[in-house]
Design a protein around this ligand. Structure first.
Ligand code: ZN
Length: 586
């Protein structure tokens, strides 16, 4: 007690029993309570009070207690009682991994993985099976003890305690404690787990004589300040328990500041049946999630004694580890981790490689996976260091013709079975968007952007054409019959140069045109597509283009006499150096 002398009350021995239980039930209402025998070291070394499960005893008002502060020590005849108020500020999230029944596979398959991730274990051993076939030998159990794991009791014969006579019950509890302590020292057999999760008030009272705690198999999370040490709640792991499920339990423990106790049986073996085993690779994924949770990993003894080690310091930026682990847990197709989380990427990012790809996190984008077939296109742009930056989504499917895409800070990568994976960014992406993306006439991109054109130009090919950008002209698409004419003039290298508009419709008789640096290409259903530039174009303009008597061009320019000519629906334009352009109507 701090600051003031503890109130105390002396009761006759006759008062212990019912009166003590009444007091304890009152304390249960007021907060967590435990009591200790006189002379026991520390304030809470004794067995904690536990109420009846699901129906705490009706609190009997005791006037003496009603006046007490929430924290006090009470002397009860030959015993001393202490209580503390519910100290929620002290409740912390933590994880214990417990393995039951001393299966040999725990040594063969689980121990290497526990070592790999530095996860401590609590081993509930029934002493009668040590060295038995299919069970661990004394030396194998000692290997766990040597790494600081807790060796706890699980009776002698793994009997259902609720079926035993009082003498049999006492034997199972007393002899297993004695045997385990003889083999593994005085730190063994301090805590207990009931075989088959079977217990009742009689068996629990007997357990309290020998052990500091009882772990059953009732499901739940433990709040340290209010929990029942004689019914430690657990999450039972069975054959079908996924890493995602474990991750969800971890998330629950974190969000509620509770103690998560995982119960395993066999690992990579089925000697005991089909349900209570965990595939070795799955156990690896579970332990990876436990380690990567960042929560303290403790034995049951450490949790109950309050000697919780500080949480392992996560060298990664806040949230990075948890976010990456969550994506990995939600996407089992990523497979096993291939290396640790690596941080220090640009903009403070981190990543972790997996057998099937990677998960990439940054403070601005969160965590998203990167897998094939899109990952290869991201790699070509130099990952997060390139023009795309970090992914801002996972893959998003459902596009036409079986396509999918992934968005990035700088654009997107789009994949379809027919076109492969290619990025889409910037001004060229805007033009593609204007055509309806992959749903429009251009369809999917079939290349990344390709540079090296004259005057600093860049283009990107699509299933239905191309988009061409240059500093002077901006980005515009090119496809169909008009593109064919442009190709015939030598693309941007020819007299037309770069397109300066997309196609513009609405001309008379269904016509369409596209402007270029050096002129235009005009198409109509009746005339097809033809270019128009230079002096002959000026003369055509003077006749009001396709709206005039000449109508649409029906040819390109061709040599005629000493000059060149171009045909139109309504006539011809001849040009010579000496005479200039002359219009002749049909
Ligand atoms: Zn068991």
């Amino acid at each position: 007690m701090r600051g003031r002398a503890p109130p105390s009350a002396a009761l006759n021995d006759d008062d212990r029993g019912d009166e003590q239980m009444n007091i304890l039930s009152r304390l249960k209402v007021m907060g967590a309570a435990s009591w200790r025998k006189p002379g026991a070291p520390g304030p809470f070394q004794g067995q904690p009070f536990r109420g009846r499960r699901g129906n705490d005893m009706d609190p009997v008002p005791i006037k003496r207690l009603a006046a007490l502060p929430l924290a006090f020590t009470l002397v009860l005849g030959g015993a001393s009682l202490a209580a503390v108020p519910a100290a929620h500020a002290a409740d912390v999230a933590m994880i214990s991994v417990t393995l039951d029944d001393g299966w040999a596979s725990q040594y063969t398959n689980a121990l290497p993985i526990l070592n790999k991730y530095g996860v401590p274990a609590t081993m509930y051993i029934h002493s009668g099976a040590i060295n038995a076939e299919g069970n661990m030998s004394q030396a194998q159990i000692q290997a766990f003890a040597d790494r600081g794991d807790e060796i706890a009791s699980h009776t002698v014969s793994h009997a259902d305690l609720t079926t035993l006579t009082p003498a049999q019950l006492d034997t199972e509890l007393a002899q297993s404690k004695a045997a385990l302590q003889q083999l593994f020292g005085p730190n063994a057999a301090v805590d207990f787990a009931s075989p088959l999760g079977a217990y009742n008030p009689t068996t629990t009272a007997a357990v309290q004589k020998y052990y500091e705690s009882q772990r059953n198999t009732d499901g739940g999370f433990n709040t340290q300040s209010t929990m029942d040490r004689y019914n430690i709640l657990v999450q039972n792991v069975v054959e079908t328990t996924t890493a995602l499920q474990v991750q969800q339990w971890i998330t629950e423990a974190k969000s509620t500041n509770t103690w998560l106790v995982l119960v395993y049986h066999e690992v990579g073996a089925k000697l005991g049946g089909d349900v209570y085993n965990t595939d070795t690779a799955v156990f690896d994924a579970h332990m990876a999630a436990v380690k990567n949770s960042g929560l303290p990993m403790v034995t049951v003894r450490q949790a109950l004694s309050g000697s919780t080690p500080p949480p392992p310091t996560d060298p990664n930026p806040a949230g990075a580890t948890a976010a990456i682990n969550a994506v990995a847990a939600a996407n089992p197709g990523l497979g096993a981790p291939a290396g640790d989380i690596v941080c220090g990427l640009i903009s403070g990012g981190c990543y972790r490689n997996y057998a099937g790809g990677a998960v990439i996190w940054s403070p601005a984008t969160g965590a998203h996976y990167s897998v094939q077939p899109i990952r290869q296109a991201w790699a070509r742009t130099d990952y997060e260091r390139g023009l795309l930056g970090y992914p801002t989504t996972d893959h998003i499917g459902g596009l036409v013709r079986g396509g999918l895409y992934q968005s990035y800070q700088g654009g997107a990568i789009i994949w379809s079975p027919a076109s492969g994976a290619h990025y889409s960014v910037g001004a060229i992406r805007q033009v593609w968007a204007g055509t309806g993306y992959e749903r429009g006439g251009l369809g999917y991109p079939t290349t990344d952007e390709i540079g090296g054109l004259v005057r600093g130009g860049v283009y990107q090919m699509y299933e239905g054409g191309a988009i061409i950008w240059s500093p002077a002209s901006g980005a515009h698409y090119s496809f169909g019959a008009i593109r064919q004419v442009w190709a015939g003039t030598g693309y941007e290298r020819g007299g037309l140069g770069y397109p300066t508009t997309n196609e513009i419709g609405g001309l008379v008789r269904g016509g369409v045109y596209q402007m270029y640096q050096g002129g235009a290409i005009i198409w109509s259903p009746a005339s097809g597509a033809h270019y128009s530039f230079g002096a002959i174009r000026q003369a055509w303009a003077a006749t009001d283009y396709e709206r005039g008597r000449l109508g649409y061009p029906t040819s390109g320019e061709y040599v005629s006499g000493a000059g060149v000519a171009q045909n139109y629906e309504g006539g011809r334009i001849n040009w010579t150096a000496s005479g200039g352009a002359v219009v002749t109507y049909k």
